[in-house]
Design a protein around this ligand. Structure first.
Ligand code: FAD
Length: 377
């Protein structure tokens, strides 16, 4: 029988980060993934990390963003030192464009929000905008936020994987969690279905569910209802000879994210289509048209790849971070929706603090599992 001090279920960015943080704190950790680690939403995402507040904040989501923002810079450095992999974490800045009167009004509201959070920005008229991005549409106006960052998520996942291996996390790929055995208020066994060795059981002092969009299926096995559901996002990839711009460009919920080798991601959309992660020709066409509207230069290029991923949406837009009561040794870290790559660092630190019974750097009370669904946002 396999025994662990911490068993993390789900090998996305959230599960891998928690496993790694656990190993850094000296725990003997197992990481269970039914497919290959880092291939679902965490691979499909864009890696945009909007700036965190520079002043003290009370809003729980802003606290999570602020802590994540601070940790990402540290993690990029120590991951690079440990693994030699550059995850391309960069403070590239973010451009927020308005092409219509409604978008101009929204950005004016954003301006108030940035003021409150102490986030610097520069308002750009059409001319100064074109100095930053010469190809941008002449209909656009915007704001530039210098502290916005990005990372190249497939590289980040590769660095997390290598770091897990170097810190002796036991990675069990091709291993699906199919159920649990509980005794009174503790989980005694996790039942898994391996590709090679059939059904077996794993034991752990602590079990953390981090199975992204699939998490409610597992909490249901424990008799606990959570409201996490898949929200599909589609993405296109273009390739230029050299990066056409360096910062992330946002317009509403759509964005362009340049990589350092000339690739540019174009995303995305929010679709509630269950666990279907196929792409659709209609959405690919919409994204192509949108990219060409913002930067007409895109008309001269064809996308080289398209994919979709399933974000773990939560009913009140708060992730679930806490204990799966009545089981005192079972925990949930899921429901990060559009922000899991960003909030993964704070999630890892806070969940390990919580699981070890320490005081967490920010309160997890607003993110507790049994909170009802009435939190205002
Ligand atoms: C198109 C798109 C763009 C995005 N852009 C950004 C962005 O710019 N910035 C940002 O911060 N976030 C972004 N996101 C969101 C982000 O990708 C997610 O919030 C994050 O990846 C969630 O990580 P996760 O580890 O919870 O889930 P996942 O990465 O989906 O990992 C969950 C893992 O659990 C495994 N699993 C499921 N069930 C079981 C089981 N029974 N047994 C074993 N393993 C199981 C799955 O195979 C999977 O590997 C984007 C997402 C998409 C789809």
């Amino acid at each position: 029988m396999d025994r662990f001090e911490l068993l993390v279920l789900g090998g996305g960015v959230v599960g891998m980060s928690i496993a790694l943080e656990g190993a850094r704190r000296g725990l003997q950790v197992g990481l269970v993934e039914r497919g290959l680690i880092g291939r679902e939403a965490s691979w499909a995402g864009a890696g945009i990390l909007p700036a965190g507040a520079t002043v003290r904040v009370d809003d729980p989501i802003e606290q999570l963003r602020q802590l994540s923002d601070k940790l990402h810079s540290d993690w990029a450095t120590w991951l690079m030192d440990l693994t030699g992999i550059d995850n391309e974490y960069r403070r590239s800045g973010g451009l927020y464009l308005a092409m219509t009167p409604a978008e101009r009004a929204t950005l004016r509201a954003n301006q108030l929000w940035w003021d409150e959070l102490g986030i610097d920005y520069e308002k750009l008229d059409q001319q100064s905008l074109r100095t930053k991005v010469p190809w941008v549409s002449d209909k656009a106006e915007g704001y530039f936020v210098p502290a916005d960052a990005k990372l190249r998520n497939p590289r980040h996942l590769a660095a997390l994987r290598k770091a897990c291996e170097l810190l002796s996390v036991r990675v069990l790929e091709g291993t699906e969690v199919i159920g649990f055995d509980g005794q009174s208020n503790r989980i005694s066994h996790v039942k898994v279905n391996g590709q090679d060795d059939g059904c077996r059981v794993l034991t752990a002092e602590r079990v953390c569910v981090a199975t992204g969009a699939w998490s409610s299926l597992l909490t249901k096995e424990l008799g606990i209802e959570t409201q996490i559901y898949p929200v599909r996002g589609q993405m296109l990839l273009y390739r230029f000879d050299r990066p056409p711009f360096s910062m992330v460009i946002n317009e509403g919920h759509r964005y362009l994210v340049p990589r350092e080798d000339g690739h540019v991601l174009v995303g995305s959309c929010e679709e509630e289509v269950g666990f279907d992660r196929s792409t659709s020709s209609e959405m690919i066409e919409q994204l192509r048209r949108w990219a060409s509207d913002v930067i007409p230069e895109f008309q001269k290029h064809e996308p080289v790849q398209a994919w979709a991923g399933l974000r773990p949406g939560s009913i009140d837009a708060f992730p679930y971070l806490g204990t799966l009561y009545p089981y005192e040794n079972a925990f949930l870290a899921a429901g990060h929706f559009r922000h899991g790559l960003h909030w993964s660092t704070a999630t890892a630190q806070l969940m390990i603090e919580h699981m070890l019974g320490e005081t967490t750097e920010i309160s997890l009370e607003p993110f507790r599992v049994q909170r009802g669904n009435t939190l205002p946002r």
